[in-house]
Write a new protein. Structure first.
Length: 529
């Protein structure tokens, strides 16, 4: 970006470059961004665009908007349909309405997140550089192609060749990465340090942008997110944003923070810790030299020193500083999958591939009831009774007990002798789910089996307790269930989710949904309507 004196932009009227209707793409959704938000892995930056106080971050999984003045992230947006951003594309924020223009091989793309609209302008030779005239921002956008400069006037949608450009002091230019690094040799010299993370993985610069009225700079990378170079101190800090990996499995809300465990299918594994308002992101990946020994996190529960997690390689206590200690040793090897974890007054419990395990105070494990060596998929603590969802149905361990018991009225029900994959509570009712249907136990101890939910959610995978009922997630959607009511309102169909539901968690205000392609935050008040 060419430097220029600080001055006031005179034009205040709003305007966008208008094109014929066929060139516009507008996304219509029944959700506002604050009602449904998809959080993905935004670590690979394709392009950056900076304005007076706003930064656009285009990544492989969506668009991030950062308010530099307030130090806040706006809610992430998915990549709009039809918007393809090649790596290193020139991008520039429009001074008039704070939308963004992006250059590409076919020409020019305009994206306005407020209207959820994209529009395209054909530029002969493509768009390789973008520029506004600081003293005449209403006049239009200057675009350089491989054949020369064009001006796209506001309201016309037509690119006409120009031979005269504004003086350099009035030019607001998109930042070219190569030219930027030539002007900033310090960033090149410090690259081995700045572009190496705690696991000693190395990255490269992919894009750059500079604020118009300060010396603040931003640099994108191919896996380490965005780096912010402070204009005064020249100190460099990372702007954490998004998930450690797009594939999420276990999710939980612990002490006001949301913890999302990876699915193990990507290049990174561990945990993303994020605030419910999506302003703070932190990452736990284990020891710098090796990382965690596990990759897939099936279940997460609160623990006095942090969290208790079940993984594809045993069970672990993980502190919020990242330190992890294996538990259940003696009964659970580090090659044993642990599908569920829970805590009661008797201590910690593990649902493993070979039965139920109680964790002793010293961290060792004891198998509960040697007669039952089938997989345990779900655990739930209720009044110090531990309820178990296992291969052959529902069972429980009473307080202080050492054996598994099966509720008598479920012994003869063939539907509830199938594998129970999820457990939850709806006020005083206990709810258990097989892959097809649910049953619930009322305050008098009577069980009732409901009809199949295959038509609403497909194969049931998870459940989350919420005020007045439970959320039930499956391969093709999410429904809400209130005991005693036959209806299962379809709150979220599968085409409004980035992937099949793997786990659910509720914090009172938000429902958190983990999928194979991101974490989704729903406003529960909106879902209830």
């Amino acid at each position: 970006m060419t430097r220029f004196p600080v001055r006031t932009v005179a034009a205040l009227a709003l305007g966008v470059l208008c094109l014929p209707p066929a060139a516009h793409t507008q996304v219509h959704s029944r959700w506002r961004p604050d009602e449904r938000t998809v959080i993905g892995d935004h670590s690979t930056v394709l392009a950056l665009a900076a304005g007076e106080d706003r930064l656009y971050v285009f990544t492989e999984t969506g668009v991030g908007l950062y308010d530099v003045r307030l130090g806040r992230w706006d809610l992430p947006r998915p990549m709009p349909p039809g918007l393809f951003v090649p790596p290193g594309s020139p991008a520039l924020v429009d001074p008039m309405d704070r939308s963004v223009w992006i250059g590409a091989a076919p020409g020019l793309v305009h994206y306005d997140p407020r209207l959820e609209m994209t529009e395209a302008v054909q530029i002969p030779g493509g768009a390789v550089d973008l520029m506004f005239d600081l003293d005449d921002t209403f006049g239009g956008l200057y675009v350089r192609s491989r054949t020369g400069w064009f001006l796209v006037e506001r309201g016309s949608g037509i690119a006409r060749p120009v031979t005269q450009l504004p003086p350099v002091s009035r030019q607001i230019r998109a930042t070219n990465l190569a030219a930027f690094l030539q002007r900033e040799p310090g960033l090149v010299a410090r690259a081995p340090l700045l572009l190496t993370d705690d696991r000693l993985r190395s990255y490269r610069y992919t894009a750059a942008a500079e604020l118009w009225r300060t010396e603040d700079q931003f640099v994108g990378t191919d896996g380490f997110g965005v780096l912010w170079v402070d204009g005064m101190s020249r100190q460099v800090q990372r702007l954490p944003f998004g998930l450690l990996d797009a594939g999420v499995w276990g999710v939980a809300v612990i002490g006001g923070r949301v913890i999302a465990g990876t699915s193990g299918d990507g290049a990174r594994w561990g945990f993303t810790e994020l605030s419910p308002d999506l302003q703070r992101f932190g990452y736990l990946e284990g020891p710098p030299s090796t990382g965690y020994r596990f990759r897939r996190v099936y279940a997460i529960a609160e623990d006095p020193d942090g969290m208790l997690v079940g993984t594809d390689r045993g069970a672990w206590r993980v502190r919020f500083d990242g330190d992890a200690t294996r538990v259940g040793v003696g009964a659970v090897t580090d090659a044993t999958p642990v599908y569920a974890v829970a805590r009661t007054s008797d201590g910690a419990w593990l649902g493993t591939d070979r039965g139920l395990v109680r964790v002793e105070p010293d961290g060792t494990g004891m198998i509960v009831d040697e007669r039952v060596r089938d997989p345990v998929y779900a655990l739930l603590s209720a009044s110090d009774t531990l309820w178990i969802g296992a291969m052959r149905g529902v069972a429980f361990v009473p307080p202080g007990g050492a054996d598994l018991f099966v509720p008598g009225d479920l012994l003869e029900d063939p539907w509830m002798r199938a594998p129970v994959v999820a457990l939850g509570r709806a006020d005083d009712a206990l709810v258990a789910a097989t892959e097809e249907r649910i049953a619930w136990r009322d305050s008098a101890g009577q069980w009732r089996v409901e009809r199949s939910l295959a038509g609403e959610v497909g194969r049931i995978t998870s459940m989350a307790t919420a005020p007045g009922g439970v959320w039930i997630g499956g391969a093709t959607g999410i429904v809400f269930f209130r005991p005693g009511r036959a209806a299962f309102p379809l709150s979220v169909p599968g085409d409004e989710l980035p992937g099949p539901v793997r786990d659910l968690a509720s914090d009172g205000r938000y429902l958190w949904v983990s999928t194979s392609n991101g974490l989704v935050r729903f406003d529960q008040a909106v879902l209830a309507r």
